[in-house]
Each structure stands twice: as C-alpha cells, then as structure tokens.
Design a protein around this ligand. Structure first.
Ligand SMILES: C[S@@+](CC[C@H](N)C(=O)[O-])C[C@H]1O[C@@H](n2cnc3c(N)ncnc32)[C@H](O)[C@@H]1O
Length: 227
C-alpha cells in the first residue's frame, strides 16, 4: 500500500486540501434518500465524510482505515459518540455487524491495485450490508485521462494549512500499460522551504471491469453515475 497516508506530517494537512465538497454532498444526499441509519465508511481517512453523513442522518457510523495517522486526525476531530474509528484493512476486516449504507469515498478504491484486491473489498462490503443495504463508491474514469494534467506545471497549487501555513503542492505521474499510475506528490512549505513527498500507485479501472468484480462478489449494480 502507499506511504501517502502513513506519514503523520502529511495526514495533518489532508483536510486542508480535501475538505467537504460536492462529492461529499452526493454521499450525504444518498444516505438521506436511502433512509440509512447506520453507516460503514471504508477508507474513511480523517473522517470528514463519515462525520458529515452521521450528523445528517442522526444515526451511527463506523470508519475503517489502515493508516493510523489519518485515524488519529479523525479521532482528534470527533466529539460525536455515535462514531467509532477502527484500524483495519477493507480487504479483510470483519466487524460482525451489518450496515444500511457502506461507502468508500475520495477515490480510495483506486488503491486496490489487483482484481483480487478489488474483489476482496467487494466481499467485505457484502459481509457488512444489511438486507436492502447499499454500497456506494467512486473511482476515476480512465476515459477522462485526468492524469495527463498531473504535471508539475499544471498541478501546482498553494494550499493554506493549519500545520504549516502556505504549502505548495504538485504532482508527477506516469501511466503504465496495465493502467496503474505511479504518482509522486511533492510538498514545499513556503515559509521554511521544507520538502515532503509521497509516492503512491492508483489503478484506473474501466466501469465494465468494476461491474464484473462486483458481480463476482455477489453485488448487484443499481446505478452508475458520472461527472
Ligand atoms: C484519498 S483518501 C480518502 C479518505 C476519505 N474517504 C475521504 O473521502 O476524504 C484514501 C484513504 O484510503 C485509505 N486506504 C488505503 N488502502 C486501504 C485499504 N486497503 N483499506 C481501507 N482503506 C484504505 C487510505 O489510508 C486513505 O485514508
């Protein structure tokens, strides 16, 4: 798995760069429409989406993530006793409970680099869905070839962070023939010049591949949204 979320120095600036957004609105509205009262957020990271949805539905939530630094931020920012944070891997965790809604947001799904890992995740979902429960997740569509703009020149941005003040962030990316993207994310703290770096890999799966994997795990596809 990537080193991106296991670096405490980077986990503390995740929320400055990735706050609540239209995608989080989408998941919250889905939870409301589905009448969900229990939520399982796989790959919850710092838990912004988990907290927002649990607050909106007034129910109970569990966030699972293998990166302790991300969970530490989640714990620090949570006062709601209706949310539990669990250290674990979405490929094999078994909580022995079922949920109305299971989500995996923020393209976390793309961290699963093999079909076997994707199917393992879908099996985890099946093990945790209540009867009539739903699973919602997102993955970047390879047809959009978004990574072409992940060059230092086009991706450079300055983010105001609580921990370091202004930080310049930029990416470099190289696509492999197997549709796995090698990504480097570079960080430069403007006040001190300090540099940080995360290397990670993302798999870009076509929609049909995802459907095959879901069906193999026993899920039925209800909607495929685009943006
Ligand atoms: C881009 S962040 C998304 C966090 C959050 N879902 C959001 O929308 O802000 C991706 C998260 O996926 C988590 N992740 C990576 N591999 C995972 C795995 N095998 N099981 C569960 N989560 C995983 C990372 O630790 C990280 O917190």
């Amino acid at each position: 798995m990537s080193d991106h979320y296991n670096q405490p120095e980077l986990a503390v600036l995740y929320d400055d760069e990735n706050g609540w957004d239209v995608s989080a609105d989408f998941y919250r509205d889905l939870a409301r429409r589905a009448g969900a009262k229990t939520l399982l957020d796989l790959g919850c990271g710092t838990g912004t989406v988990t907290r927002g949805i649990v607050a909106a539905i007034g129910g109970h939530g569990v966030g699972v993530d293998p990166a302790q630094p991300m969970l530490e931020v989640a714990r620090r920012n949570t006062t709601d006793e209706a949310i539990e944070w669990v250290h674990g891997d979405a490929r094999d965790i078994r909580l022995g409970r079922q949920f109305d809604l299971v989500i995996m947001t923020g393209h976390a799904f793309q961290a699963f680099l093999t079909e076997a890992d994707q199917i393992a995740l879908f099996r985890t979902v099946v093990a945790h869905l209540a009867p009539d429960g739903r699973f919602a997740f997102d993955s970047r569509n390879p047809a959009a070839r978004e990574w072409l703009a992940w060059t230092p020149a086009e991706s450079s941005r300055v983010v105001d962070t609580m921990a370091y003040g202004a930080v310049e962030i930029w990416n470099e990316a190289a696509m492999n023939p197997d549709r796995i993207l090698d990504v480097q994310e570079h960080y430069r703290v403007l006040s001190s010049g300090r540099r940080l770096r995360a290397d990670f890999r993302l798999r870009f799966s076509a929609p049909e591949e995802l459907w095959d994997g879901m069906m193999a795990a026993g899920l039925a596809v209800e909607h495929c949204y685009g943006d």
